[in-house]
Design a protein around this ligand. Structure first.
Ligand code: SF4
Length: 311
């Protein structure tokens, strides 16, 4: 069953480029996906490719320009800000926590607001339990964010997100700000919680190793568009899109084709809508058709790809 579905989602921003002049910035273009219940769907791509913009649209932090989002088969809008459906974990745990509040109060806030029948003692007990669930001492509830390490702060952010037992967690670069040992601990914690609470994840990262560790299915994003969507095992064994191949080749420990493919140049400006393939400027296989005709994301349930080489 699909728990979260995006259909033809686009987001553009109008940006002032002069005294009266404005131009559109096309951050996300025509993105469709399905997140199956109980699975982890990864979204990987270079910084600035539109991953975080898509995440913010999904949780209602940014209005979409066009397209539709469904929770199961109902429009998501009625579930925005319902913490028992959808929660988000951000990259920087320090800036996502209020430095002047004891972490226990921050963690228990959503529970207290959404369950008015709970007494202060009930909320306090739930906070202590969830702190232990994420590997922290229950006494830490009385401390402030600056008293914790980066890894501990991200555990607190996770505790705040799961205390209301959401069905879907959107994790936006959730371990990027942590050092390697804390990354591994937090990733293992997220996997344990996924099993225990039957959570479904949309997991966003620029790091292919992290994505390969966490995800069942992976979408590769380039310049605001999905260029390949495939189960994890297939992606690393048989990537097809030239951008995906270059991304894998450039990842330490994963890249099997490291010697052969080097990703050169920059992502195109998102200030102009690309007429042809957005990767054409960096692709060794680009033809005239690639410059003039945009490839569509086509394929079967297992493997979708947006490239004229395969269409
Ligand atoms: Fe390269 Fe053309 Fe495929 Fe784009 S459509 S990735 S330019 S071969």
């Amino acid at each position: 069953m699909n728990i979260l579905t995006g259909k033809n989602l686009s987001k553009s921003f109008s940006i002032k480029t002069g005294l009266t002049a404005k131009e559109d910035f096309f951050a996300v273009q025509n993105v469709s996906f399905q997140l199956k219940k109980g699975t982890c769907l990864g979204l990987v791509g270079e910084s600035g490719c539109g991953k975080s913009t898509l995440a913010k649209m999904l949780v209602g932090l940014l209005p979409k320009s066009s397209g539709e989002i469904f929770y199961q088969d109902q429009p998501i809008e009625q579930f925005f800000y319902n913490p028992s459906i959808l929660q988000m974990i951000f990259q920087d745990p320090f800036s996502s926590l209020n430095p002047r509040r004891q972490v226990g109060k921050t963690i228990g806030e959503a529970l207290a607001i959404n369950h008015k029948n709970l007494s202060r003692k009930d909320v306090q007990r739930a906070v202590e339990e969830i702190l232990q669930e994420v590997g922290l001492e229950k006494e830490y509830a009385h401390r402030y964010p600056h008293e914790f390490s980066g890894g501990q702060r991200q555990r607190i952010a996770i505790a705040r997100a799961i205390i209301t037992h959401p069905e879907i967690l959107v994790c936006d670069e959730a371990v990027s700000a942590l050092d390697a040992s804390h990354q591994a601990q937090v990733l293992n914690l997220l996997l344990d919680l996924k099993e225990k609470y039957s959570l479904s994840y949309l997991f966003i990262s620029h790091n292919l190793q992290v994505i390969s560790f966490m995800c069942d299915e992976i979408m590769v994003m380039y310049a605001g568009e999905i260029v390949e969507q495939v189960p994890r095992a297939v992606l690393f064994e048989k990537p097809l899109h030239p951008y995906t191949k270059a991304l894998i080749a450039s990842a330490p420990y994963i890249g099997k084709e490291k010697q052969d493919i080097v990703l050169q140049g920059e992502m195109p400006s998102l200030m102009q809508r690309q007429q042809g393939c957005s990767f054409a400027g960096r692709c060794a296989y680009a033809t005239d058709r690639c410059q003039s005709e945009k490839p569509q994301l086509l394929g079967d349930e297992e493997h979708k790809i947006a490239c004229h080489l395969y269409q």
